[in-house]
Design a protein around this ligand. Sequence first.
Ligand SMILES: NC(=O)c1ccc[n+]([C@@H]2O[C@H](COP(=O)([O-])OP(=O)(O)OC[C@H]3O[C@@H](n4cnc5c(N)ncnc54)[C@H](O)[C@@H]3O)[C@@H](O)[C@H]2O)c1
Length: 438
Amino acid sequence: MRMTVIGTGYLGATHAACMAELGHEVLGVDVDKSKIEQLAAGKVPFYEPGLPEVLERNLASGRLDFTTDYQRVADFANVHFLGVGTPQQHGSYAADVTYVNAVIDSLVPLLEGDHIIFGKSTVPVGTAQELQKRADALCKEGTTVEIAWNPEFLREGYAVKDTIEPDRIVLGVREGSRADEVAREVYKQSIDSGTPFLVMDLPTAELVKVSANAFLATKISFINAVSEVCEIAGGDVTMLADAIGFDERIGRKFLGAGLGFGGGCLPKDIRAFMARAGELGADQALTFLREVDAINMRRRDRVVELSREILGGVLGRRITVLGAAFKPNSDDVRDSPALAVAGQLSLAGAAVSVYDPEAMGNAAKVFPTLDYAESVDAALEGAELVILATEWQEFRNLDPVHVGELVADKRIIDGRNVLDVAAWQGAGWEMWALGRSL
Ligand SMILES: NC(=O)c1ccc[n+]([C@@H]2O[C@H](COP(=O)([O-])OP(=O)(O)OC[C@H]3O[C@@H](n4cnc5c(N)ncnc54)[C@H](O)[C@@H]3O)[C@@H](O)[C@H]2O)c1
C-alpha cells in the first residue's frame, strides 16, 4: 500500500520506516527541514536501537522517502498517518493541539479524491471529531476526508519491535466508516499473526491511550508512595514489590521504586487527561492523578534532599549523576528525572558531573551549565557522591572496585534500585536507595 506519515519525530520516523519494512510504500513529511534531510540521508535524528538499520534498508529498497512538501504528500497516497507532537500547553495542564490542527490545515485543501487520515498522536478525547469538522470545512468539492484514530503504544527503546509486532492495534472510527477495512490491509501481517485488532468509536480510542498511560503512571507512583512509607517504617520496597508482584492481578512490571517517571509522554499525558476531564465536567474523576504527579515529583526532591543529608550540604561538593535520559535505551531528556536531579543539585551550588551513554547532546541543549564528562570514568573522577539516576545496563554493570578507585569517597545513591548491594557494600561503598534502608 502507499501511505504517508506526517510528523517524523520519535513516533513518525519509526512508523514510516517500519511500515516500509512491512512492504508498504511510504512518504514521511515534517516541517523540520533538517530532520527530513537527516532521515533522507539514512540518519535517525535520535537514538533508537534497531531503527537505523530499518531506515537504511528501506531507503535503499526505494519504498521509503521523506519530504517537506505537503503537495507531494497529497499526491502520493490516499492513506495518511498523523504523528505530530501534542505537548503540554504553556501555563496549563492541557495538551496543545495546534500542530495537529496545522496538519489538517496544510494537507486537506490539497487533497483530491477519497482520503483517510489515521491519527496516531496522543490527543484529548474529542479531538478526532473536531478535526473531522475542520477537514470537512477545508475539503475541495468532490473530495472526502475521513478522520480515524489509531493511537500508538510504542515504547522508546523498543519502538521498532513495538511497531512491527504491536501487542494490540486500536482503531477508533465514526459510523459508516471505511477506515476499518483500510487499517486491516495496512496491518495485515500483524493481524494475521494474531495481534488483537480492536475497532471502537472515536472517543473510546482516544481514551484508551491516555487511560493506558494514566494507569502506568499510577502504578509507578503507587510503589513510590509505598516507598516513602518504607523509608520511614524501615521496610524494603524492593522485597515488598517482589512479594506483591507474584500476585497475577498485580504483576511485578512497573513496580520498580525509584526516581519515578518522565519523558515526553507520561507526565504530559496524565496532566492533559486531567485537564480534559475538567473541561468535560468530570474533574473529580481524575483528581487522583494530581497525587500521582506529585508523588512522582517528590522522588526527585527526595534524592536532592538525601544528597544534602549525606554530604551535610551540597554547596561546592563534587557529585556525579549517572544518566540524563528519562529512561535507558533512549536519548530523550524531555522531563527527565535524572536531569532534574542534576539540575537542582547544580543550582544548589554542587559541582555536578553528568554522563549518559546516548543523551549527552540533548541534555546539554536543555541544561548547558552542567559538566558533561567524556566517559563514565571521567565523570566519576573525584566524586564525593555518585547518583545512579537512569538504569542503563552500562551503569548496572559497573565494577564497584574499579569505580572505588576513581571517586574521592565511596558513596552512592542507587536512584533506581538496580545495583547489587552486596557487591557494592563488599567493595567498601556506603549506599543509599529510595524505599529501603541499606
Ligand atoms: N515518543 C513516544 O514514545 C510516543 C509513543 C506513543 C505516542 N506518542 C505521541 O505521538 C505524538 C508525537 O510524539 P513524538 O515523541 O514523536 O514527538 P516529536 O516531538 O519527537 O515529533 C513530532 C514531530 O512533528 C513535527 N511537526 C510539527 N508540526 C508539524 C506539521 N504541521 N507538519 C508536519 N510535521 C510537524 C515536528 O517537527 C516533529 O518532528 C505525541 O502526541 C505523543 O504523545 C509518542
